[in-house]
Ligand binder design. Structure first.
Ligand SMILES: [Zn+2]
Length: 172
């Protein structure tokens, strides 16, 4: 084979490779947290039926699919926390993160009532909170270990609200 032909062949193969890559490349950047990968790192328990657990899991996965939520998921998956993230479902309107050491050290258990929809002050007036925003808020406590409500709102809840196209929370 002549040198020129060899170069042309190599160039042709490179184009084919680029073509294959181009066709298989995803249209958008995939979320850092594929839904199934979340399973071993998040435990659901407490007072919830299969539909409520599925709804809570879906809401949490939509949070993990945002850039801010992906940082939370990375932190959970990295093993940096003392335990797995645990979502303790309840039907008594309890939405909070339990302290491991009262007033000092936050744990990884989030109490969550999926039916509660607490009213929060937003840029568009009082609005019932979606499961996603309640969970995003609690990730600020349970995963990022923020104890200040304002810090949780500024660093985690509002960025997730913005990334999900929801009105920003104006205060705690
Ligand atoms: Zn809080």
């Amino acid at each position: 084979m002549k040198r020129a032909n060899a170069i042309a062949l190599a160039f042709g193969l490179a184009l084919v490779a680029v073509g294959v890559w181009w066709r298989t490349a995803p249209a958008a950047v995939p979320p850092l947290a594929p839904p199934l990968a979340a399973a071993p790192h998040v435990i659901f328990r407490g007072d919830g039926d299969a539909a409520e657990i599925a709804a809570a899991r879906g809401a949490l996965e939509r949070v993990f699919a945002t850039p801010t939520g992906a940082r939370a998921f990375e932190r959970i998956a990295s093993g940096a926390l003392a335990g797995p993230l645990t979502i303790e479902l309840n039907r008594r309107g309890a939405n909070f993160t339990e302290y491991r050491v009262p007033g000092r050290e936050l744990g990884e258990t989030i109490f969550f009532d999926p039916s509660s929809h607490p009213l929060v002050e937003t840029a568009q007036g009082p609005a019932p909170a979606y499961a996603e925003t309640v969970l995003a808020h609690e990730l600020g406590h349970a995963v990022f270990k923020l104890t200040s409500e304002q810090e949780v709102i500024d660093a985690v809840e509002n960025p997730v609200r913005e990334q999900l196209g929801l009105p920003l929370r104006s205060r705690f």
